[in-house]
Design a protein. Structure first.
Length: 343
C-alpha cells in the first residue's frame, strides 16, 4: 500500500490523572489553542484517511485508539509517550522487531526484516512510533490481512492483543462509534430524574449486613418504587439480569473503560437488551428493593438504587467512590437550559 499523506500537525496531551474523571482524555491540559471539538475533528480526519487506504472502517480504528488511551491512563509509567493525537502505544520491541538489536529502529526496511510492526504512514521514509499516521497505519496494516468482516476484525484483535478483555472492549467501543457516528460521546446524566424525590450521601467503603464480610462499593440513592433509573453515560449494556446481592441489575461499559453498575431494580425497560447501546438520560429500569436472595426476592430493605463505578486495568477491575461524580453530574444537569417544547 502507498504511504499516507499527513492531514494535520496538531498535537495533544493526554493527562494521566490520579483519580478517575467523568471527562474523556485528552483534557488538552498542555494544548491551549485547540478546543476539544478541534481535537476530535483532527482525530476523525486521521481515522478517515487511514480508512480510505486500508479499508478498515474509521470507527474500528477509533475504538482501538480509545482503548489504548484508557490503558495508558491506568498504566502511565509503563506506556509513557510524548503528547500526540493518537493514543496507541506499541512497545519498542514490538515496533522494531523482537530480535532487532536496535530497539529504537525507525527504518521501515530493517523493521520488516526483524518482523516488527512499524510502518511508514506519512511517506517520510521513517517508521516513527510517536507519529500519529505511522501508528494508525501500522496497526491497520497488522489487522488488515485478517479480513474486513466483524468476525475477521475480532480474530485480528485477538491475534494482536492475546487478551479477550481487550477484544471485548474494542468491539464495544466500535459499536458505540458506529451507532452514533461521532467521537464526542462523553456527556453524562444523573441516574435519577432531577425533579424526582430522592436523597443520597457518600456510602462507599461502609460495611455490609448481608452476604458475609464485604464493603459497600458504591452509593445508595434512596427514592420511591418506580422512579426511573437512567443511564449516566453513552455505553454498551454488558450485563443484565439477576444477582443474589444486587437483585435485578444492569452493567454498562462506557468509552472511558468504566463499568457503571445499577442494582436493586424493580425491573428493566422492555426496550433494552444485552449488547444494546444506550445514551445519557435513557431509562434503563426503575427503583426497587430486589436482591439479597434467590431470583425475585424483594423488600429486604427500603427501595433505592445502588450505583457503582469500576475501572478496568486491562486484567482486573477496581471500584472507586462514585459520589463526587454523582454530585458533579447532578449540578451539571441542574444548570442545563430547559429544552423548549413545541405547542
Amino acid at each position: 500500500m502507498a504511504a499516507v499523506t499527513a492531514v494535520c500537525c496538531l498535537s495533544s496531551s493526554e493527562t494521566a490523572e490520579a483519580s478517575p474523571s467523568s471527562k474523556e482524555e485528552p483534557m488538552a491540559a498542555k494544548i491551549k489553542a485547540e478546543t476539544a471539538e478541534e481535537i476530535f475533528a483532527a482525530r476523525k480526519a486521521l481515522y478517515d484517511q487511514i480508512s480510505a487506504v486500508t479499508h478498515i472502517p474509521w470507527f474500528r480504528l477509533a475504538a482501538i485508539d480509545q482503548y489504548e488511551r484508557t490503558m495508558t491512563r491506568v498504566h502511565p509509567k509503563d506506556r509513557k509517550h510524548p503528547d500526540r493525537l493518537i493514543g496507541i502505544f506499541v512497545p519498542p520491541t514490538r515496533w522494531a522487531g523482537p530480535l532487532n538489536p536496535d530497539k529504537e529502529d525507525t527504518n521501515p526496511t530493517s523493521i520488516r526484516v526483524f518482523s516488527g510492526i512499524g510502518r511508514d504512514g506519512n511517506g517520510d521514509g521513517i517508521a516513527d512510533p510517536n507519529n500519529d499516521l505511522d501508528l494508525l497505519y501500522s496497526i491497520a496494516t497488522k489487522l488488515g490481512p485478517y479480513g474486513h468482516s466483524q468476525e475477521d476484525f475480532s480474530i485480528g484483535l485477538w491475534a494482536y492483543y492475546q487478551n479477550s478483555r481487550a477484544v471485548q472492549r474494542v468491539e464495544q467501543y466500535s459499536k458505540l462509534y458506529e451507532t452514533f457516528g461521532k467521537l464526542d460521546l462523553f456527556e453524562h446524566a444523573f441516574p435519577l430524574p432531577i425533579k424526582s424525590d430522592y436523597s443520597y450521601r457518600s456510602t462507599f467503603g461502609m460495611g455490609r449486613s448481608w452476604g458475609g464480610r464485604r464493603i459497600h462499593e458504591g452509593t445508595d440513592l434512596f427514592a420511591d418504587y418506580g422512579v426511573p433509573v437512567r443511564s449516566t453515560c453513552y455505553g454498551v449494556i454488558e450485563i443484565k439480569g439477576w444477582n443474589k446481592y444486587g437483585g435485578w441489575r444492569i452493567g454498562i461499559r462506557d468509552l472511558n473503560n468504566q463499568y457503571h453498575y445499577y442494582a436493586h431494580l424493580q425491573g428493566f425497560d422492555k426496550g433494552i437488551k444485552l449488547g444494546d447501546v444506550v445514551r445519557p438520560g435513557q431509562t434503563i429500569g426503575w427503583v426497587g428493593s430486589s436482591g439479597y436472595g434467590k431470583p425475585g426476592t424483594q423488600g429486604k430493605f427500603p427501595p433505592h438504587l445502588h450505583y457503582g463505578i469500576y475501572r478496568d486495568t486491562g486484567l482486573t477491575e477496581w471500584s472507586f467512590d462514585p459520589y463526587p461524580l454523582l454530585k458533579q453530574w447532578e449540578r451539571e444537569e441542574m444548570r442545563r437550559p430547559k429544552k423548549k417544547t413545541r405547542s
